[in-house]
Ligand binder design. Structure first.
Ligand code: 3PG
Length: 214
């Protein structure tokens, strides 16, 4: 699974967030994203129905690899593994979550924003981390500085990434992929406008593919 995710992220290094109150809507969003070319999706645990949404997408949308985001504790990590998550994303670094991900043999992108946190992640055996919140934590200059010392670490900047700054983040070789919610705007989803999601996904996929083919 790790290699399937890496292969997809290699060519299309963007991970859109899915936040939904209803599994049927989560399925529609996941299908709309896949149609636009984004096939690694992160379902965030920010609604009471999030686990159900994850379970539904994992079971019913073959076109995507669904992971879980905003995983805050070992208990939540266990729950998302059980619901079928293929990777785990956390806003911060927690050893309990790391242990669950390792036991389940799933990739974990734990959030870091300082050198000390990257070093802890490195010593816990993580080879890729989420850089969060990317714009506020120093953006590209900070990522360059971290990458110059943590030479084997890959980063997933998330938080303030948009179509406008995506090429700049992806120009850094240490960036595995960028994550974000700009592709799944809440107002479009509330209006049932999944075409907008597909359009934004396609735009992001095109930008990402162009950035990576340079
Ligand atoms: C996350 O959970 O990674 C962030 O909320 C994403 O940040 P964004 O909404 O600025 O993309």
């Amino acid at each position: 699974m790790t290699s399937q995710i890496s292969t997809l992220l290699e060519t299309t290094p963007v991970v859109p967030l899915i936040q939904a109150d209803d599994p049927a809507v989560a399925i529609e969003i996941a299908r709309a994203l896949a149609k636009g070319g984004l096939k690694v999706v992160e379902i965030v645990l920010r609604t009471p129905a999030a686990l159900e949404c994850l379970r539904a997408v994992a079971a019913e949308v073959d076109e995507v690899i669904a992971g879980a985001g905003t995983v805050l504790s070992a208990e939540q990590a266990e729950a998302v593994v059980e619901a079928g998550a293929k990777f785990i994303v956390s806003p911060g670094l927690d050893e309990g979550v790391v242990a669950v991900a390792k036991a389940a043999d799933l990739p974990l992108y734990a959030g870091v924003s300082t050198a000390t946190e990257v070093q802890r992640a490195y010593n816990l055996g993580l080879t890729a981390v989420k850089f969060f919140p990317a714009s506020l934590a120093g953006g590209i200059p900070m990522l360059k500085a971290l990458s110059s010392v943590f030479r084997d670490m890959r980063f997933m900047p998330t938080g303030g990434v948009s179509a406008a700054n995506l090429p700049d983040f992806l120009a850094l070789p240490s960036v595995l992929a960028c994550g974000g919610s700009w592709i799944t705007p809440a107002d479009a989803i509330a209006a049932g406008d999944f075409e907008t999601v597909t359009r934004l996904a396609r735009e992001a996929a095109n930008i990402a593919q162009a950035a990576r083919s340079k």
